[in-house]
Design a protein around this ligand. Structure first.
Ligand SMILES: NC(=O)c1ccc[n+]([C@@H]2O[C@H](COP(=O)([O-])OP(=O)(O)OC[C@H]3O[C@@H](n4cnc5c(N)ncnc54)[C@H](O)[C@@H]3O)[C@@H](O)[C@H]2O)c1
Length: 369
């Protein structure tokens, strides 16, 4: 592929994130949605009507045979992330795979090695790193206005918000790998970890629960709907997390249009100040006015200020975040930028998730080696 050509991308799995990637890719001069694949004929047709890929497929193996394809974006149920990413890399294609990267760290290590040995990009989907709020927060932290971050707390909590997916796969361990933790927890933990500067995780103490089976209509529900815990880092910093699909949340958590009460919020603490980033899509702005709030110690007084970030309430589908993320992926392929969401960080993230589930099973803190 010459650097002047736009990159031909094939998208497999055409649900909500598949469509968001298609919008992002077609909006960029760097890439184009060249092919699309889904088992579901209705979704494939609707996608083809909306995004006009040159080729459509019901079978992924057939799509991979197309030598014009440079890269694959994967928006499939979690259990398919690893086998489809591996096949794509082995066929010589770059990969951007939705979160969670894989079902466990062992699978992610294999993908990391495979991509590295073949000189290909493996990139994990975490578009929220690119939200205006996160980017504004990151700038404040890089300017060292908080000092060395020693503690963070992060949550994605919903009072009534268990997802189903096309056939109820989100609550089926064999298809999802886990529940609220692997679904929302990946976003919440990654938000804090990214703001902390991705320190090396050292140990985890966590507990998962399944407490609200009566709220789930899907046939299979054998995963957790709540997860809580603490991660220790080599740096000495610690991170507390709270994640739930369902809980009897109190009224300090704002009402959301679809999920009962819901909040995705991350706060990092340093000796000079603290900073809270709240996801604008998950808050009622009248009760929680600031997306990025900075609290600085000024001569013993704690002074609050709002960090300006582009207001994206008019962008309910997160087009800006996906556009920025997918641009970074395409520029990595062209050798122009390094990956913000790298395969080595995907390995570390999956090591943390493995440790969370293991700690919960064992009922004690576990080390990450
Ligand atoms: N980044 C985000 O904010 C975000 C948001 C939602 C979902 N996700 C992730 O995206 C992934 C998909 O989630 P979703 O909500 O779109 O699920 P979904 O069930 O709505 O869509 C999955 C699609 O994959 C297709 N599919 C399944 N098996 C296939 C196969 N063998 N070959 C081709 N197509 C196949 C299904 O027909 C379906 O259209 C999940 O991993 C989820 O965690 C990310």
């Amino acid at each position: 592929m010459s650097v002047s050509n736009s990159i031909n991308v094939g998208i497999v799995g055409l649900g909500w994130p598949g469509e968001r990637h298609a919008e992002a890719l077609n909006a960029s001069p760097l890439g184009v949605v060249y092919a699309a694949c889904d088992l579901n004929a209705e979704r494939l047709k609707a996608f083809a009507d909306a995004f006009a890929p040159k080729r459509t497929f019901a079978n992924f193996d057939e799509m991979l045979l197309d030598s014009e394809l440079d890269a694959i974006v994967i928006g499939l149920p979690n259990a398919l992330h690893y086998p489809f990413s591996l096949k794509a890399l082995q066929a010589g294609k770059h990969v951007l795979c939705e979160k969670p990267p894989t079902m466990n760290a062992g699978q992610m290590r294999t993908l990391h090695e495979e991509a590295r040995n073949r000189g290909l990009i493996y990139y994990f989907g975490r578009q929220m790193r690119f939200s205006p709020g996160m980017q504004a927060a990151k700038r404040v932290i890089v300017e060292r206005r908080l000092g060395e971050i020693y503690f963070a707390e992060t949550m994605w909590v919903r009072s009534r918000g268990t997802p189903t997916g096309l056939d109820g796969w989100f609550t089926d361990r064999s298809k999802a790998g886990g529940g609220a933790m692997i679904d929302l927890g990946v976003h919440a933990i990654d938000a804090a970890w990214y703001l902390m500067g991705t320190p090396q995780p050292r140990a985890v103490s966590a507990q998962t629960y399944q407490k609200f089976p009566q709220l789930v209509e899907s046939k299979v529900f054998d995963v957790e709907d709540n997860a809580y815990g603490m991660i220790r880092f080599e740096s000495g910093a610690t991170l507390l997390f709270k994640v739930c699909w369902s809980a009897n949340l109190t009224d300090d958590i704002p009402l959301s249009p679809k999920r009962g009460r819901s909040l995705l919020s991350t706060t990092v603490y340093g000796p000079k100040g603290s900073l809270r980033v709240t996801d604008v899509f998950n808050i009622d702005r009248s009760t929680c006015p600031s997306a990025v709030a900075l609290f600085e110690d000024k001569g013993g007084e704690l002074v609050r200020s709002e960090i300006p970030a582009q207001d994206l309430r008019g962008d309910p589908l997160r087009a800006h975040e996906f556009a920025e993320q997918d641009k970074n992926f395409l520029r990595c392929i062209r050798g122009e930028e390094s990956a913000v969401n790298s395969s080595s960080q995907a390995v570390q993230l999956m090591e943390v998730l493995d440790a969370i589930y293991r700690s919960s099973q064992l009922g004690k803190e576990v080390l990450i080696s």
